[in-house]
Structure formats: C-alpha cells, structure tokens
Design a protein around this ligand. Structure first.
Ligand SMILES: NC(=O)c1ccc[n+]([C@@H]2O[C@H](COP(=O)([O-])OP(=O)(O)OC[C@H]3O[C@@H](n4cnc5c(N)ncnc54)[C@H](OP(=O)(O)O)[C@@H]3O)[C@@H](O)[C@H]2O)c1
Length: 343
C-alpha cells in the first residue's frame, strides 16, 4: 500500500485525489501515538467485493488491546512485529459506492453494515468487503452510527448468550460490566430471550442499565455480587473482572460462567470444567467462528434493530483524525456502551 504521512490536521483538511483516501495506519504495536492519519490508496473492489464508503465505525476495547500487541499470543494472528493489516477497525456502516462484476446481492447506493474480520480496515474512508462476507443492508429505522457499532457488543453478546450458552426464557442471568459495549447489548439480548436479568455496574450507570431493561441492578462499588448469597443460572462477565472460582458459589447447580476475556486461568478452567463438575466455565472467540455462524448472527441482530429491541448506546463520537484520542479515552476502562468514528 502506498502511503503518505502528513500532520493529522493537514490531512483532515487536505483535498486528495479520487484514487486516494484518508485512513488510520497502525505503525507498530504500542500506545495511541502509533495510530497516524495518512493518505493511502483507495481500495479497488475485486469481482466478488463491494466498495463501501464508510459513514461510521466502532473503536473498541478489543481494538485497543490489538493496538498494544498484548497478550503476545495475539501477534500470531495479527502480525509478529507490527500489524499485517495496517488499517485497524472491523465494525462499519456506510454506502456501497462500487460493486465487482460478480456481485448480485448489493447495488450502488445500498446502505450497509457489518464486520470486516479478515482484513480489518474500517478506520478509513473506504473498505472493500466480500459480498458473501459479514455485510447486509441496513434497516430503515436506524442510523449509520447505531449499526456501525454492531461488531463487538451485539455480535459478541449474541454469540455468548444465544450460541454458547443457549439462554432460555425464565433463566436467571447476571451480566457483569452491564454498562460496556458487550454489556449494554447483552442486557437487551437477554431480555429479548426472556431471561431474568441482573446487571452489575457502578453508581453512575444504574439508570442506563435499568433503561435497557435489566430487572435488577447491583452497584459494584457498594456490593460484591459474589458475596450476597444469590445464585444465577448464567454469569456473563463481559469485562473479565471476576473469575470462575470467585463466582462458583453464585452459580446454580448446573450454572455456567461465561467470559469473553481469555487468560490462562480461564482457559484451564474451561478445559477442566468441560470434563469435570456440573458447573461450567465457557469462552468463545467470536471473530474466529465460521463465516456461516457470524453471518447468521448478523441476520438475527438486524432483525432486533428492525423491531426496536436493540438500541445502541453511544458514548462519544470522534472524527477519523482523532482515533488516537479515542483510544486514550477507552484505555481508561470506563466507556459507556460504544465509541464511534463518525465520517
Ligand atoms: N471473546 C470475544 O469474542 C470478544 C469480542 C469482543 C470483545 N471482547 C473483549 O470483551 C471485553 C469487554 O469489551 P467491552 O467493549 O464490552 O468493554 P468496555 O465497553 O470497554 O467496558 C467498559 C465498561 O466496563 C465497566 N467496568 C469497569 N470495571 C468494572 C467492574 N469492576 N465491574 C463491573 N463493570 C466494570 C465500566 O463501568 P464503570 O465506568 O462504571 O466502571 C464501563 O462501562 C474486552 O476485554 C474485549 O477485548 C471479546
């Protein structure tokens, strides 16, 4: 990829050739300063791809972890010394600007959203997505920003609640980190599936979590949910702040502990409980699932947006040039719902 690095403010205002675009480039692994706004070649769609002019894209906590290159095992997939896909970002929404000659299901002008899991690349003005990838037309009742954040929260929490644990109506679930991206989506998805939902968040987010439909809310600043004697069929710790061992007494006899934050301890517990004991610890890497699965998640989530059962909580909107600043904000660990780039 040919690229030119220019001072962010200058790039933002600079008029560029029609075969070029502005994009964030990860120049290595490290702090937010490694993210630079550059002018690069605009991607050209292959025969089976659509070129999407991006209107919104999510900046995620998972993305900030990828920026650092830790845990180091992730570099086996991301690139050993620097990211092999230099433009970060997976979740996107936008408008189809060009289509490859074999594309049948999309037209120029379609409003679309989805995830670019293979090559990332959504923190840019344009991205090419395979027609049979994780992409679909937007429902009419939602904005670009709302569906532009589909990636981490809705897709992951749908995977954990519907696929990994198959949450049933009437089951009780505790969602730790209910005010985050995965958490705000999880509360709504769990209610949609008919569960009795307890959200755990801090004092400042109690009203938010209630407004998403939680039946009960625990303020983690005032109460430790592992010590109050209440048990749940499922504990979904979206932020990985607890552990299976700490939560074991808060699970019902065949209860399940789910966490999307993988560490060595969780991995060993997942392996051990898959063989021994009635209570289980479970993990899944949503982005590594087969395409047929993730496409089916997108279809279900689209229908939730369409019927108004899923609303996106947006904390802050940033310009493309301010992605590094957004990372600094997310690194503090207190975002509410989602942070998006609005183009
Ligand atoms: N396995 C997968 O497929 C997968 C996919 C996507 C993401 N992930 C991972 O999932 C994790 C969560 O991502 P996210 O975007 O949902 O996180 P997030 O939005 O950044 O989480 C921030 C929220 O967590 C809350 N929080 C902080 N400390 C807490 C505590 N001790 N107890 C309860 N809540 C607390 C904060 O509330 P306060 O401000 O009130 O503290 C804040 O609202 C990340 O580690 C990400 O890498 C995994």
């Amino acid at each position: 990829m040919n690229s030119t690095t220019i001072n962010s403010n200058k790039v933002q205002s600079k008029k560029i050739d029609s075969n070029k675009m502005k994009a964030i480039i990860s120049t290595g692994y490290g702090g937010p300063e490694i993210l630079q706004l550059q002018i690069v070649d605009k991607p050209i769609p292959k025969e089976d791809e659509v070129l999407v002019k991006i209107h919104a894209a999510a900046i995620t906590t998972a993305g900030t972890m990828m920026r650092t290159g830790y845990p180091i095992i992730g570099r086996l997939f991301l690139g050993l010394t620097k990211p092999k896909n230099p433009i970060p970002g997976t979740s996107f929404s936008g408008v189809v600007e060009k289509i490859g000659k074999d594309v049948a299901d999309f037209d120029i002008g379609d409003k679309v959203f989805g995830e670019s899991l293979e090559i990332f690349g959504t923190h840019a003005e344009y991205v090419c997505i395979k027609e049979n990838g994780i992409i679909t037309q937007m429902p009419e009742n939602v904005s670009f920003e709302e569906v532009g954040a589909v990636g981490d929260g809705p897709m992951t929490s749908w995977n954990f609640l519907q696929e990994l644990t198959q949450l049933q109506a009437g089951q009780s679930i505790l969602i730790n980190g209910a005010s985050g991206s995965l958490g705000t989506a999880a509360v709504q998805i769990a209610k949609h599936l008919g569960a009795i939902v307890t959200g755990v968040c801090s004092t400042q987010n109690i009203e938010l979590v209630k407004s998403l439909g939680a039946d009960y809310v625990i303020d983690y600043k005032k109460e430790d949910f592992t010590q109050n004697g209440i048990t749940y069929d499922i504990i979904y710790d979206t932020v990985g702040k607890s552990s299976f061992s700490r939560c074991k007494n808060s699970l019902t006899e065949k209860g399940e502990y789910l966490s999307p934050v993988l560490g060595m301890k969780l991995l060993l517990q997942v392996m051990r409980t898959s063989i021994f004991g009635k209570k289980k610890a479970k993990f899944s890497a949503t982005g590594a699932l087969p395409l047929t699965k993730t496409k089916s998640f997108l279809k279900e989530i689209k229908s939730l947006y369409k019927t108004g059962k899923l609303k996106t909580v947006i904390d802050i909107r940033y310009d493309l040039k301010d992605v590094a600043e957004a990372h600094r904000y997310i690194d503090k660990g207190h975002k509410k719902g989602n942070v998006v780039i609005s183009l």
